[in-house]
Ligand binder design. Sequence first.
Ligand code: PLP
Length: 494
Amino acid sequence: MSEVEEPELSGPPTGDMPPDQFRTVGREAVDWVAEYLESVDDYPVLARVSPGDVRGALPALPPEDGEDFDAILRDFRDVIVPGITHWNHPAFHGYFAVTGSGPGILGELLSSALNVNAMVWRSSPAGTELEELSTDWLRFLLGLPESFDGVINDTASVSSLVALAAAREANLPEAFADGLHAAPRARIYASEEAHSSIYKAGITLGLGRNGVRAIPSDDQYRMRLDLLREAIEEDVAAGIRPIAIVATLGTTSTTSVDPVGDIADVAEEFGAWLHVDSAYAGAAAMLPELRPLFSGWERADSVVLNPHKWLFTPVDCSVLYSRRPEMIRAAFSLTPEYLRTPELGKAKNLMDYGVALGRRFRALKLWFVMRYFGARGLRERIRNHCRLAAHFADRIDGETGWERAAPVPFSTVVFRWVGAGAADLDAMNMAILEEANATGRVFLSHTRLRDRTFLRLSVGNLKTGPEHMARTWDILSEARRAVQERTAATSPTS
Ligand code: PLP
């Protein structure tokens, strides 16, 4: 036997962080997290930095030699944290408010330790099966039928892209082999209030921006059924194939609810795939009193909702349900030889359900969240957010000068100042928003509706209580007074 020379073992260290050090600094990091969660209300919600500040405070090039972990944590505390807009803050009310909850954070920590990649069942049996189980649990809580099969993606944008790719596969199969060159013109229909991700999906799928036709909405920002039908009939007469309709339950601007049951009738009549985007509001289907708003979504071909929006799961986690998972597989399964395993056909291979091959173990944090809070705990927390929002809406309604844009079916209030103070109400509302956000005690965002600017307040953080809502109201009132006085002082007629 020939002697094999052992590799040279001296020289710079090549291993990972030693376990003892991991224990010590890991405890420090967990302590930091606990303290952060306890005192997050003391941080300014909106980061007080200007573009370039964070980069400018850090070395432009990486260190040649590894650094002490204390130094790394120090920069995290001193440079990174001040550059954070605190989504986990109880007074974060912008966009859709969210929570990275304790159990969710721990799930995220443990999943990164396991570091599995659930491309095929064999590469992570528990990762695959827990994704099946946790999406089944969630489906049960939402009251969707068992025929819906769930997978977890990063975002709703990707979930909707996958759903619409399946719709294209179902209704425009000519496109699979040779692309759209070989296919007739096709269209997707969505309300003018639908999320921009639907248009991005149209572009990505090769249908183009105009491949998604925006259907006008009614006075409560719900898709108009008569105009949907008219648009489809017009397209069909022109030889354009209707491949999908997107109904939004909880639109981004006002959380309006499209009439999904009636839209399902239209989808059925024209053979179009029905995709429901309930990225934010879907979680509210857990509440029996809100379930009627979702009536008809069980007829959809696919439904998306994001536990990272209103189900206390850290970003990212978006669940896509489909009653026709075989169409998703038809659109996406291409198995290279190295991924052919003996389990083919016997177990789910998550790589067949989207563009990405690899998958993070997102199910773990979702499962932790559902177990820790329980069905009743989840319902109570969502209900509480709805109550806080309803109370805020009552304040707006009861105060002269403020106006609400739309009903509040969930936990988001859209409103604006219309009282005395400015000729340009849009500019005044933006000034009120900036003034309030500059206090660091609250963060709201804005939207445009029918060419007018409105403020949006969304409740979704588990730490938000009546005291935060009262404080937010005071800050907004004070901001309004300050802007009004400033405007009066600079007005040419004053
Ligand atoms: N759909 C709706 C209704 C949304 O409100 C949003 C974002 O707010 C999205 C889709 C996109 O979500 P994501 O950031 O997960 O892609």
